[in-house]
Design a protein around this ligand. Structure first.
Ligand code: AR6
Length: 169
């Protein structure tokens, strides 16, 4: 059984086996949660991302996929980088957002992670409406078989926390 928990705060302050990063396909950093993870995690994370780009991820990480690196100075063993879809008014990209959660959990299982902290993927720079993103996140985690014992959603502000809480209800 996987327990879903909710926390309001900065994901870079969390302690977990794996912390998920809402990255972009370059894996070379950015703003939002990605910038915060690289800042607090330190240069080791970027160094591993660069190695992945020099190796089998030469073209970058595709939307909906996930890859792991060290967590550097974060209180975690791994950072799982996943690339959320940019929200579109004209095209339903929900399956790609669901895939971020599924692929991250699949990778967590491969690594042997038991606690995984997720931000609200795609709800910042990529403009996904929080309520719909929360629905997809909660439904996908509930419907994905995994050995992960705790999935923790770490929401940056009170509004996002309230939206996730009502979806979890
Ligand atoms: N802890 C937890 N949540 C956070 C934090 C934090 N420290 N900082 C921001 N959030 P975003 P995206 C929330 O933009 O929409 C980057 O530049 C934020 O309030 O980080 O998937 C990447 O490099 C929002 O609810 O990710 C990509 O280019 C959520 O995290 C692009 O942004 C996601 O916001 C990815 O965009």
């Amino acid at each position: 059984m996987t327990t879903i928990t909710l926390v309001q705060g900065d994901i870079t302050r969390e302690s977990a086996d794996a912390i998920v990063n809402a990255a972009n396909s370059s894996l070379l950093g950015g703003g939002g949660v990605d910038g915060a993870i690289h800042r607090r995690g330190g240069p080791e994370i970027l160094a591993e991302c660069r190695k992945l780009r020099a190796g089998h991820l030469g073209k970058g990480l595709a939307t909906g996929r996930a890859v792991a690196t060290t967590a550097g100075a974060l209180d975690a063993r791994w950072v799982i980088h996943t690339v959320g879809p940019v929200h579109s008014e004209t095209e339903d990209r929900s399956e790609l957002l669901a895939s971020c959660y599924r692929e991250s959990l699949r990778l967590a299982d491969e690594l042997g992670a038991r606690t995984v902290a997720f931000p609200a993927i795609s709800t910042g720079v990529y403009r996904w409406p929080m309520d719909d993103a929360a629905r997809i996140a909660v439904e996908t985690v509930r419907n994905t078989p995994t050995a992960v014992e705790e999935v923790r959603f770490v929401l940056f502000d009170t509004r996002a926390h309230a939206v996730f809480a009502s979806r979890l209800g």
